[in-house]
Design a protein around this ligand. Structure first.
Ligand code: HEM
Length: 332
């Protein structure tokens, strides 16, 4: 069965998709059926799973709204390394370094939200809800709280038994150009269309200087600053992250409305105010550029496509996922 439903270039599939979008939820059912996930997976085994997770996210968000960005990124980093299997949640033990301690993951946070949801779920329905599913649900709930779209989350993932820091080198880097980004996404069954839609996750959150330093100091032999950066934006970034900066928490917001899930990210990219080289890269390729323009012009189009691509990303099968962990930080 062809699971590349999201934004396939095949005409027949695209037509099928367009019809399905018109009919609302049908498309989600198709994608979920592809990998055996279904939104009612816990209907009898843990009927309150959605409420329990939503409450844990809400409580955390009310005291710190930056958890929304953190939860979305956690799910992305989980799915891009060994599939969506909760491997990002495992704590390192002794000399064995888990994904969490891989360089791109050192700035992940809000793990406590997953722990809190899991503790409540273990009381309500022991050994039933996987940590990988909790990650998928918290990402969706975080987006709703940040003002973004709602959707049915396919459920039924199992947790993986492997988590290695070295595997995190497979995550896309902020210095990636468009071909590297396309390759990274296609290796996971995600199209150029998915790349542009999912990059909209950068409508939320914050980045440390190290992730965009390449653009603002010593950019090339002849240019100090990346010429594709808007000049005043570049100046702001250079002030926030001067050469030799030693402040650990220095950095910049990913978007000028970084706590709201909107389409401002694309407006920024179009204006040369995308933060990373990888954000600006979307504007260097004919196809992705056109789509970035369309999302900048229509928040609703972005929402529609983002939801489709999230369902696709969050259905990347875990490699050797086989258990429901009792504690998301440890294998059983
Ligand atoms: C396209 C390739 C991508 C690259 C190269 C990339 C890279 C990065 C980097 C370097 C950071 C900042 C880390 C730091 O310095 O603290 C970041 C943050 C973030 N990313 Fe991405 N990312 C990508 C795709 C995505 C996707 C697909 C999503 C979600 C759908 C996402 C969601 C986020 C969020 C929400 C943050 C902010 C996290 C926070 O504030 O805690 N990213 N990303």
């Amino acid at each position: 069965m062809d699971c590349g439903l999201g934004h396939s270039s095949k005409k027949s599939i695209r037509n099928r998709f367009q019809m399905a979008v018109m009919k609302g939820i049908l498309v989600m059912v198709q994608v979920m059926a592809c990998v055996g996930l279904q939104s009612e997976y816990y209907q009898t085994s843990c009927p309150n799973v959605q409420t329990i997770v939503r409450d844990a996210v809400r409580v955390a968000f009310q005291s710190d709204n930056t958890v929304a960005a953190a939860l979305l990124r956690l799910h992305f980093h989980d799915c891009f390394v060994r599939g969506c299997d909760g491997s990002v949640l495992i704590d390192s033990s002794g000399r064995i370094k888990a994904e969490k301690d891989g360089p791109p993951n050192l700035s992940l946070h809000a793990f406590f939200v997953i722990d809190n949801a899991k503790a409540k779920l273990e009381s309500a329905c022991p050994a039933t809800v996987s940590c990988a599913d909790i990650l998928a649900l918290t990402a969706r709930d975080a987006i709703i709280l940040a003002g973004g779209p709602d959707w049915e989350v396919p459920l039924g993932r199992k947790d993986g038994k492997v988590s290695r820091a070295k595997d995190t080198t497979a995550l896309p880097a902020p210095t990636f150009n468009i071909s590297q980004l396309l390759q990274s996404f296609s290796q996971r069954g995600l199209s150029a269309h998915d790349l542009v839609a999912l990059a909209g996750g950068h409508t939320l959150g914050f980045s440390h200087c190290s992730s965009f330093r390449n653009r603002i100091h010593n950019f090339s032999n002849t240019q100090e600053v990346d010429p594709s950066l808007h000049p005043t934006f570049a100046e702001t970034l250079r002030k926030a992250c001067p050469v030799g900066n030693t402040q650990k928490n220095a950095g910049a917001l990913l978007d000028s409305t970084a706590t709201r899930f909107d389409n401002q990210y694309y407006k920024n990219v179009v204006a040369g105010k995308g933060l990373f080289s990888s954000d600006a890269a979307l504007y260097t390729d004919g196809g992705t550029k056109q789509l970035a323009h369309q999302y900048a012009a229509s928040r609703l189009l972005f929402y529609r496509d983002f939801v489709k691509s999230m369902v696709k990303m969050s259905s990347i099968p875990g490699q050797g996922s086989e258990e429901v962990r009792l504690n998301c930080r440890k294998f059983n």
